[in-house]
Design a protein around this ligand. Structure first.
Ligand SMILES: Cc1cc2nc3c(=O)[nH]c(=O)nc-3n(C[C@H](O)[C@H](O)[C@H](O)COP(=O)(O)OP(=O)(O)OC[C@H]3O[C@@H](n4cnc5c(N)ncnc54)[C@H](O)[C@@H]3O)c2cc1C
Length: 360
């Protein structure tokens, strides 16, 4: 298959009708493609972000996750890689990144005039599919910008919104801005990597977990973290790259202090929005898609799984999202091929469809 952006197949090369099109390449979307493969259903994934992994890649790639069954602990980015291998690699699933699902149209199935297929319209072209599973998480997300000072000119020149690799900050003097869990977590997490950490927050109090705040305070007392509260960024200086930030006291603008640094890590939270999905004729409650116990949405041929769903007893966890994806896929496959049982056969008996005996 010819490759498009990011080494992924171009949409024009993916013109056939797939059984399942998964919207979202977060952990739940990835595992949905795996479940599809196990049911011998063809699938593809689209995601508006440039990388796989959803929140795990964008918000916390270097954090340990402790509650994914079977993994006493796993780094978020490592879990994404394992899921990629288990789903996309094992079943050769086309993935269209930087592709946003915009709307759905229904049309007659060319193979069966009594049935309808779906045309998923994306910003890069149309995809034909028998069913859709929406695993869109919180929708598209983007980092919140610094209020009061435009950091845009410094993006790519020392200003960061996420930590993709801790190594990016190796040996650097890092100014972290923010007062929530992410700011405090990174102040501690980068201590073993950065040459120096300054934590800047516009208020005295932090909004992070008590235990984390206590650890930050201990690190500050030990001289490991330079704590600047209540301070805000007044100005950034540098010759091509960030070399210094000027801070001002939140209650007295004349009280300024210069901090020499190589990087500024802005940890001010993320804005999320359902994006184009909010215009679909889906039943929405508090920003999430209402599903029934079979993960069916109010649209024909469309199921949903993961953080984007809501129902009584809903838990927003990776583990429960995996299970929701299994249910959604079983239902979608049964919808396409009513003769198939909803309960899958055990993988211990079937192995991986298409794989030779003994293949992992
Ligand atoms: C800091 C932090 C720590 C966490 N720690 C844990 C933990 O320890 N354990 C745990 O179980 N959970 C944890 N979570 C929650 C966990 O990350 C989520 O439950 C999980 O990411 C949900 O997966 P998902 O695939 O449903 O959605 P997401 O990971 O949000 O992925 C959804 C994807 O859909 C894409 N998308 C949305 N709309 C469209 C569209 N229209 N077109 C194309 N693509 C679209 C988005 O770009 C995104 O990539 C944590 C979350 C955060 C923020």
């Amino acid at each position: 298959m010819a490759m498009g952006r990011n080494g992924t197949p171009g949409i024009e090369q993916d013109s056939g009708i797939r059984d399942i099109t998964v919207i979202g390449a977060g952990p739940v979307g990835l595992i949905a493609s795996f479940w599809a493969g196990m049911r011998e259903a063809s699938s593809r994934i689209v995601d508006s972000l440039p990388e796989l992994g959803g929140q795990l890649t964008t918000l916390y790639p270097e954090k340990w996750i402790y509650d994914v069954p079977g993994h006493p602990r796993v780094l978020a980015k490592d879990l994404v890689e394992l899921l990629r291998k288990q789903s996309i690699e094992q079943f050769d699933v086309p993935v269209h990144l930087e592709t946003t699902a915009e709307r759905v149209e229904y049309e007659p199935d060319p193979d069966d005039p009594d049935r309808r297929i779906l045309r998923l319209v994306t910003d890069r072209g149309d995809l034909l599919t028998r069913t859709i599973i929406i695993a869109g998480g919180h929708g598209a997300f983007e980092p919140k910008r610094l209020p009061g000072y435009d950091m845009t000119p410094w993006e790519g020149r020392g200003a960061h919104y996420i930590v993709s690799e801790k190594a990016e900050f190796a040996g650097k003097r890092v100014v972290i801005v923010g007062g929530g869990d992410s700011a405090c977590d990174w102040a501690l997490n980068l201590l073993d990597t950065a040459a120096g950490i300054t934590l800047v927050h516009r208020r005295e109090g932090f909004r992070a977990h008590e235990v984390t705040v206590a650890e930050v305070m201990r690190a500050a007392e030990a001289g490991k973290v330079d704590l600047r509260v209540p301070y805000q960024i007044k100005e950034v200086e540098g010759n091509g790259r960030i070399e210094r930030v000027r801070l001002f006291h939140s209650e007295n603008e004349d009280d300024v202090v210069d901090v020499d640094c190589d990087a500024v890590l802005l940890q001010l939270g993320f804005k999320t929005a359902l994006g184009p999905l909010k215009d679909w004729p889906l039943e929405i409650s508090k920003g999430a898609i209402v599903v029934d116990p079979q993960m069916r949405t109010s649209m024909e041929g469309v199921w949903a799984a993961g953080d984007i769903t809501t129902f009584e007893g809903k838990l927003k966890l990776i583990a429960t999202g995996f299970a929701e994806a299994a249910i959604a896929v079983a239902q979608a496959v049964h919808h396409i091929r009513p003769e198939t049982k909803i309960q899958p056969k055990y993988s211990t008996n079937t192995g991986v469809p298409g794989a030779v005996e003994g293949q992992p």
